[in-house]
Write a protein that binds this ligand. Structure first.
Ligand code: G3P
Ligand code: MG
Length: 359
């Protein structure tokens, strides 16, 4: 019988499940199932999935958490990804079928989920929502509470000469919302997910920020600056292609390079997503909600990207485990951020963490 390190001394060596249950759950009938004292946050791309395909170790890891471990403990976990592009509900439905385990929205955080915590500042403010297909992210934004969410396709539909190199497809035309953007003053631009047309989106972001679109007749000095928010800082990420792909962070770099060439300076922005403190705080609240009283030191972040997964978890005071199934390649030298531990894959990572807590 695995004797949890912090139980052994209290009960001597021979400990029954009942005693563990009483210790973990306190006095009472002792029949309640022992409760976990650790929890996991799993990254998705490069840890559980490669593109649309589950990684072989993913199902094994999730099955261990589902009670297939020596203590028969169900161990809580959340998924914490810099991905996005659809609603949390829709992504959880897809993940549940890909991973063969029910994933609930209350254990799932994607790059733009954290915007739920600031939407109250923008409820009736016209905002530009970037990324994803068609108007999918307008509907996600409205689901969060943004009442005046527009897309760059709406603006191109209003005046096609804004960007002469893209003609709206039939599908895009079906997704646009007609509006007169000469009368709309944007308060913010939210890059929810990776833009599909970097050139069109860069042009319109520059126009909106400089008041060329939606600026009405106010001069630069009197007009309230447009807030610019990015939800995912990843320069690269691991898909099902052999080499990492450019992420939303690469789009941000490209936009800033163009904006600086046009105006002489880069534009100030707010960054969300891993490794930001805002996103890890949001995740910690969700984790603590699932598991009362677990110390930070028993929160384990399992990720493939040192810059986002490991850096953020380390700063948050969690344990961090870097796996070799994604962005980080151990043959290319030490990681830019030192994890608590490295593991070949997510199953090995879970087994190692359980040993830390229960052996
Ligand atoms: O676009 C998603 C990518 O940046 C990384 O996703 O799941 O590895 O955080 P993830
Ligand atoms: Mg990843």
């Amino acid at each position: 019988m695995l004797i949890p390190r912090h139980i052994g001394p209290k009960y001597g060596n021979r400990v029954t499940v009942k005693q563990i249950a009483r210790y973990l759950n306190g006095p009472g009938n002792g029949t309640a199932k022992p409760r976990s004292r650790l929890a996991f946050a799993f990254d998705i791309d490069g840890v559980l999935l490669r593109g649309k395909n589950p990684l072989p170790a993913a199902k094994e890891a999730l099955s261990i958490l589902d009670g297939n471990n020596k203590l028969g403990l169900k161990i809580p976990f959340i998924l914490l990804t810099n991905g996005g592009g659809v609603s949390e509900e829709e992504r959880c439905r897809k993940l549940s079928s890909q991973l063969g385990v029910q994933i609930h929205p209350d254990q799932f955080i994607q790059s733009h989920t954290v915007l739920k915590s600031i939407v109250h500042n923008y409820v009736d403010v016209p905002v530009l929502v970037l990324g994803g297909q068609g108007d999918t992210l307008r509907r996600v934004a409205e689901g969060y509470g943004f009442r005046k969410a527009y897309t760059t396709l709406d603006i191109l539909n209003w005046n096609p000469s804004i960007w002469p190199f893209h003609n709206l497809t039939q599908e895009e035309r079906a997704s646009v919302r007609p509006a007169d953007f000469s009368k709309i003053q944007f308060g913010a631009i939210f890059v929810f997910h990776d833009p599909r047309n970097w050139a069109l989106d860069t042009q319109i972001m520059c126009d909106v920020i400089q008041g060329i679109i939606g600026g009405s007749h106010e001069t630069n000095h009197t007009r309230k600056p447009v807030d610019l928010v990015f939800c995912n800082p990843d320069l690269i990420w691991q898909s099902d292609f052999e080499a990492p792909r450019m992420g939303q962070g690469a789009f941000r770099v490209a936009f800033q390079a163009v904006f600086q060439s046009l105006t002489g300076s880069t534009y100030p922005y707010i960054q969300f997503g891993k490794p930001t403190e805002a996103t890890y705080n949001f995740a910690e609240i969700m984790l603590k909600h699932r598991l009362q009283g677990v110390p930070k030191s028993s929160l384990y972040m399992v990720g493939d990207n040192p810059e986002s997964d490991i850096a953020g978890a380390n700063t948050a005071g969690w344990k961090s485990i870097l796996v070799h199934t994604g962005v980080y390649d151990p043959h290319r030298g030490p990681p830019s951020h030192q994890p608590t531990h490295q593991a070949e894959d997510v199953a090995e990572a879970v087994r190692w963490a359980l040993e830390q807590e229960f052996c």
